[in-house]
Design a protein around this ligand. Structure first.
Ligand SMILES: Nc1nc2c(ncn2[C@@H]2O[C@H](COP(=O)(O)OP(=O)(O)OP(=O)(O)O)[C@@H](O)[C@H]2O)c(=O)[nH]1
Ligand SMILES: [Mg+2]
Length: 412
């Protein structure tokens, strides 16, 4: 448990570690580390410092190089650090070696995301899903745990002792637990499938997108509902479905869990019902936070995940949200108002010295983004700007889909 606050103690102080290589350059790693810091805060920790290392191939024993590991160890000891978080996946044995070295808890991005999900799961369904994912993450990490514990106590670490047997018993218990949780989920999935079938012939629209882009805020606005939304990652873990009526055309709108870079595959597998919601949707509303400097990467990650779960070729309407917060001169957004020729001439550099300015709705509509991601709409769920265009687009799309599908029946 990261969140020290709950037990009445002080917040855990964390440092973050990332590596720079061919796949992730210095600019990318800054963005990834920003996100990791946000994840750490969401989990209830205080990000104190970041360490990066240029490394083409991770060290098999400690992931980062030995020298870097020593440097971090000195910092950990001198600054009362409780937690070391790696942005990349580290193997169970690397995690153990690092914990031995630092004498502190070591987590990777996957472990951190699982921790957040565990803290945030409210319904028994979400709890079961997260518990399964956690056990599957834990299982390979129980291997050799005995030698690890033995070394910490100053023992010899020889195999075959009572402790080794204990770990084997633990592994058997975890295997059994995984089996039971899977059975429980199959049963819940069956119930959820029946519920979905009972929803009748209404067109289904699902909100999808990266975490924290404003899906739940938009859901509340469209369905006049009260779904939990806040400026933290993974505010939503359970799918919510509401009936929405626009100008007498009814449809079902669902709000789902947000995506993130390197979403743990254990979670993707265990959130089957959430993903089924997307599989059975007729229209996907891909919500994007256009004020985020890395919004294009976030869009790519969402599209990649959608393809991975087999829903990539559904009708997608892109909803660029948070236009109230868009400013010129920000990382990728400064290209919005420029055409490609200007970029090739290098004119965009002038933006860097200008004071960042808001970008108007008209300018956004005329931008290359509007053409590239058709059909799309620019809105602010916060100020409600241009919500009428989104509603009109939804109305037209749902209506024509309904007429095409049920030509002999007009419910509106
Ligand atoms: N400035 C601005 N903030 C917004 C807008 N829409 C939503 N937000 C804020 O963005 C944060 C995240 O909103 P949510 O609706 O919880 O986002 P979500 O996509 O449901 O997030 P998860 O459930 O965590 O995946 C909240 O603090 C909202 O108030 C907007 O149009 N403009
Ligand atoms: Mg949400």
């Amino acid at each position: 448990m990261i969140q020290g606050k709950r037990e009445g103690s002080s917040m855990k102080r964390a440092i973050m570690v990332g590596i720079i290589n061919q796949k992730q350059d210095e600019v990318k790693i800054k963005e990834f580390m920003d996100e990791l810091a946000f994840l750490a805060e969401t989990a209830g920790a205080i990000p104190v410092k970041r360490f990066t290392q240029q490394l083409s191939r991770p060290d098999s024993g400690t992931f980062i190089g030995k020298g870097k590991a020593e440097e971090i160890k000195l910092f950990v000891d001198a600054n009362k650090i409780d937690l070391i978080i790696f942005d990349d996946e580290i193997s169970p044995s690397q995690q153990r070696n690092l914990e031995n070295l630092f004498e502190k808890k070591v987590l990777d991005r996957t472990g951190l995301i699982l921790e957040i999900f565990a803290q945030r799961a409210k319904t028994s369904y979400a709890k079961t899903q997260v518990e399964l994912a956690q056990y599957e993450y834990l299982y390979p990490r129980l291997m050799g745990m005995w030698t690890h514990l033995e070394r910490q106590r100053g023992g010899t670490g020889t195999r075959g002792g009572a402790g080794e047997k204990e770990i084997e018993t633990d592994r058997r218990i975890v295997r059994k637990k995984i089996h039971l949780l899977k059975e429980k989920l199959v049963e819940i999935d069956r119930q959820m499938a029946t519920q979905r079938r009972n929803r009748g012939e209404m067109i289904r629209v699902a909100l999808v997108g990266y975490t924290n882009v404003g899906k739940s805020t938009l859901m509340n606005l469209l369905a006049k509902s009260d779904v939990f939304a806040e400026n933290k990652l993974f505010a939503t873990l359970d799918t919510t479905v509401r009936k929405v009526v626009i100008d007498r055309v009814p449809f079902l709108l669902s709000d789902t869990v947000g995506f993130i870079r390197k979403l743990p595959h254990q979670l993707v597998d265990s959130f089957k019902s959430t993903l089924d919601e997307l599989r059975e949707a007729d229209i996907l509303l891909h919500v994007v936070d256009i004020s985020h400097p890395g919004f294009e990467d976030q869009m790519k990650e969402v599209k990649r995940t959608l393809h991975e779960i087999g829903v990539g070729d559904k009708l997608i309407i892109t909803v660029f949200n948070k236009i109230d917060a868009v400013r010129t001169g920000e990382h990728e957004i400064h290209r919005i108002l420029k055409n490609e020729n200007e970029i090739l001439r290098g004119d965009e550099t002038t933006d860097d010295v200008e004071e960042p300015k808001p970008i108007s709705l008209d300018d956004l509509k005329k931008s290359w983004i509007a053409k590239l991601f058709e059909p799309c709409v620019f809105i602010s769920a916060f100020t409600k700007e241009n919500m009428s265009e989104l509603k009109q687009l939804l109305f037209d799309t749902v209506k024509s889909m309904h007429i095409e599908r049920y030509p002999h029946q007009l419910p509106f």
